[in-house]
Design a protein around this ligand. Structure first.
Ligand code: GLN
Length: 186
């Protein structure tokens, strides 16, 4: 298994020890060619509007849209926003890779960042989106204060929070994503 991490902006390197702990190789994705040899893509947390600008600058929009049609992908926070069907507060382009609607910064400002435990694994919410609508084919793997925070649809996964910042390797979310990638690889 070879994993790609979209590395245009945001929290990229914190994923490395999780992937190392799981014994998989990985590459930083910064161009269309980098998508060719990967079995699954992690879209990291960061600033989704900045990522969108850079996706345009590097002409990656249609290659990413094609990737999402068949390959496994996991969006984290800003990555979840990029993968959503619909984005508000404010509205912006999204790839419609997973059937959820998200409200950007829906938990409040930077000052409202917080930690939560998911099955005893601590994760960070940093200006996180609220997942406020979920399609019928989307499964909810975890909730927090009445909202889904970890969802799956087929070989797509999205988390409103950051698990990669927790220095306990590997996170259960990295483990789960690699299961989806393995299943897709057959
Ligand atoms: N608030 C950011 C956005 O809208 C996401 C924050 C994050 O990824 N931690 O893109």
């Amino acid at each position: 298994m070879h994993i790609g991490i979209l590395a245009l902006q945001g929290a990229v390197t914190p994923h490395f020890p999780h992937l190392n702990a799981l014994g998989v190789t990985f590459t930083e994705v910064r161009a269309v060619e980098d998508l060719l040899n990967i079995d699954g893509l992690i879209l990291p947390g960061g600033e989704s509007s900045t990522m969108l600008k850079l996706i345009d600058v590097y002409n990656m929009k249609s290659a990413l849209a094609d990737f999402f049609k068949t390959k496994p992908a996991w969006g984290i926070c800003a990555g979840t926003i990029l993968m959503a069907r619909e984005v508000s507060n404010p509205a912006q382009f999204s790839f419609n890779a997973i059937d959820i609607a998200v409200v950007r910064n829906g938990y409040g400002s930077q000052l409202d960042s917080f930690h939560a435990d998911i099955n005893e694994y601590p994760v960070s919410f940093i200006r996180a989106p609220v997942i406020d609508k979920i399609g019928k084919d989307v499964g909810v793997k975890a909730e927090h204060s009445g909202h889904a925070i970890w969802v799956e649809q087929g070989n797509k996964m999205a988390t409103a929070f950051h698990p990669e910042l927790t220095p306990d390797y590997p996170s259960p979310m990295h483990q789960r994503f690699l299961e989806l990638v393995q299943a897709a690889k057959g």
